[in-house]
Design a protein around this ligand. Structure first.
Ligand code: ATP
Length: 332
């Protein structure tokens, strides 16, 4: 990690954690996390998700195996320095209550000795990036913000010193469902801009599907059951454990991550009367429009090119066709 890259790959090799009381939380986990991608760790309570996350920034030391960031063994680095190069967001944020929002966001840049003007510039830039007006909120204290706003500050603080890795442990679970969805949408937009290597822990499959470039499903003792992009996980669960975990409505979830198959649609004739959907809509969004408008078809608008028609039958066909081979399959 030379500080010049904005994101770095993470490699876990046969990582193991046994706590002093004998509990084996993680038993030989190996996986490669691509730079600039969001990897979601999901699995039942107690399967070792948080333990994995906290071994990456060495809040917990592994009992065996190797964790590398950008090829460098984290165990060989100075722990404090390592932690400053890794953003960490937790549920309920843990903001310093007696410091202003700006001071909270500027914590790591201050620690690493940035000049005051640069810290101010960076904190204001980040507050804007997480949709908080710095002039309005910068001088407030954490208790003067809503839960969702505090969570945004937590994300801004984690990104402040431009870390190569961002670890997020149930970052959006302490807020109500509406705020949560909004924060998830904001996070997606933010990640498109900053493109960090994000490792996010959740127990919510819908959140995993919405946010993950790849999802790692873990079972007890941190056993990797499947590691795949959301569409693949939903279309072809590797085994019964994953199938049960993603739920009986995985077909509906799959709609949410499947784009409209433009090439396979019929052109609309001039007389086609149906509601419009945007070209970049998902099948779920298209279906929602059909249900709302009481129509069995929609016209897909397409920047200049001739419009096409998407029908309910097309959606059924598309779902039936999405059966890619699983990329990692392990016995349950
Ligand atoms: N400090 C500790 N000492 C002993 N056992 C621990 C310690 N921390 C966690 N454990 C145990 O290790 C296992 C994995 O815990 P961990 O918190 O990593 O799971 P998790 O998947 O993040 O769970 P949750 O979804 O409930 O937060 C659990 O059995 C837990 O009880």
């Amino acid at each position: 990690m030379d500080g010049t890259r904005s994101a770095a790959p993470i490699n876990l090799e046969n990582v193991r954690k046994q706590y002093p009381d004998g509990t084996v939380a993680v038993e030989g986990l190996s996986m490669d996390l691509a730079a600039g991608e969001t990897t979601v760790l999901i699995g039942p309570s107690g399967c070792g998700k948080s333990t994995v996350l906290r071994m990456i920034n060495r809040l917990i030391e592994p009992s065996g195996g190797t964790i590398r960031i950008d090829g460098t063994d984290v165990g060989r680095q100075d722990a404090a320095k390592l932690r400053r190069s890794i953003g960490y967001v937790i549920q309920n944020v843990g903001l310093f209550p007696h410091q202003t929002i700006r001071a909270n966001v500027g914590t790591v840049p201050r620690l690493v000795g940035w000049p005051k003007a640069r810290i101010r510039e960076r904190t204001d830039e980040l507050l804007s990036l997480v949709s908080l007006d710095p002039d309005r909120y910068g001088d407030r204290y954490p208790h003067e913000l809503s839960g969702g706003q505090r969570q945004r500050v937590g994300v801004a603080r984690a990104l402040a010193a431009d870390p190569v890795v961002l670890l997020m442990d149930e970052p959006f679970s302490a807020v109500d469902p509406i705020v949560r969805t909004r924060l998830q949408d904001e996070f997606r937009r933010l990640q498109e801009t900053v493109r960090k290597t994000v490792v996010l822990v959740t127990h919510d499959i819908d959140e995993a599907v919405r946010l993950g470039d790849r999802i790692a499903v873990l079972s007890e003792h941190g056993r990797l059951q499947q590691f795949a992009p959301p569409a693949e996980l939903l279309a072809t669960p590797a085994n019964d454990f994953v199938r049960e975990f993603v739920g009986g409505d995985r077909g509906i979830k799959l709609l949410a991550v499947t784009p409209i198959p433009h090439d396979r649609l019929r052109p609309a004739d001039d007389g086609t009367l149906a509601p419009f959907v945007a070209a970049d809509a998902t099948l779920q969004e298209a279906l929602a429009v059909m249900l709302r408008e009481g129509s069995n078809r929609v016209v897909v608008s397409s920047n200049g090119a001739p419009s096409r028609v998407l029908t309910v039958d097309d959606i059924v066909t598309e779902l039936a066709a999405s059966r890619p081979a699983p990329s990692v399959e392990k016995e349950g």
